[in-house]
Design a protein around this ligand. Sequence first.
Ligand SMILES: [Ca+2]
Ligand SMILES: [Ca+2]
Length: 274
Amino acid sequence: MRALLLVALASCRFDGAGAAAPDAATPDATDETDAPPQDAGTDADVDGSIGPACIPITAGVDGVLEVPRLPPPTIDGNVADWTACYLPLDEATAGLVRKLDGNAAVPAGRFSVMHDGTNLYLAAVVDGVLPLGNATNVDIYRNDGVVLYVDANGQMLTPGYDPEASQIVVDHAARRHLYRQSNPIGIPVISASVTVTGPTYTVEIMVTPSTYGVAAFAETIGFDVGIDGGTGDVQENEILWHQRCNTATGCQCPNGDDAPYCNAQQFGFAHLVP
Ligand SMILES: [Ca+2]
Ligand SMILES: [Ca+2]
């Protein structure tokens, strides 16, 4: 019941985009949808079928999430209003583990995704590794944070990033930056909020089609989620939900590296269920 404890104990909140001050967290005993996975790492979790009342986000197709259409949550860093299930994201379940410092401990967490017919929403609850880091601006990828990868038209035809693809980092302090093919682009137009207690933080993000310069998301978009670990001085690791292809299967990065941050072809997909 880590989420409930987290909500109850949250000592700091960082709101983004003028979000209204949320109510004090009061776990609702009748609402089971905010329950975290009871046994992270089991097949049931990977299938998205955990949580008796939550709505699964997978349908058994590897690398494609079935993203339910639901009423929009409030972006306040409190995930009690999420009804979609979570997937675990840790070293055991990750599609890609990047250990840039092989000695550093790796964060772990879980994420959920939904849409409302127009916008896309991501929630993540992460057990970070202290220190969480206080790098700023283009260097926030060196902090503990969550990474959202999207290609808004779902077509990743050439190695690298198309104009409608980006990597958005939201760190534990709700700092945010947008990158494309490893190049820092600027502050993304998103709404994001984070609550943090010690090394544990909860992130809610809303992105819109305009975040990617398009009129609407395609029904199937390129999609991936990462959890960054770092000290603020260095990025230590990143674990990613999915890596669709790699050098061995013909899609390495233009810079010779092998990860979604430098080639959107390595993203998975999200099917935004109409
Ligand atoms: Ca919320
Ligand atoms: Ca594209």
